[in-house]
Design a protein around this ligand. Sequence first.
Ligand code: SF4
Length: 122
Amino acid sequence: MARDHDHPTTSGSWRRWPRRVLIMYLGDGMEYADVDTVYHAPLHPYTRGLLNSIPKLGLRPDEELEPIGGAVPSLLERPTGCPFHPRCPEAIAGTCDTVEPPVVEAAPAHLVQCHLYTGGRS
Ligand code: SF4
């Protein structure tokens, strides 16, 4: 995960600048948007998996985290198609395992690299 550097706006306030975050997997950008959007309305299955695996305040002792299934593949044996497809619960057989998804603007200023948001244009 990488974050843009914060910059002051012309008003000089550091808080007004929309902080953006880039979610990465195996060296590829998967999702890019402002922090609030990624945290509260993630689109990419990997981002959702990451957020589901984070302990939350108020977690009961009997509640379990939901880790992302599988293991991170070796960079030397990078999967074909979408690099996340072997672990993705929403993978589309015959597409995600063969075709690299394009980066699309799924919502204003919200970029995602996933076949679920290409509208059949992959
Ligand atoms: S492109 Fe396919 S495998 Fe990759 S994250 Fe999207 S649905 Fe999952």
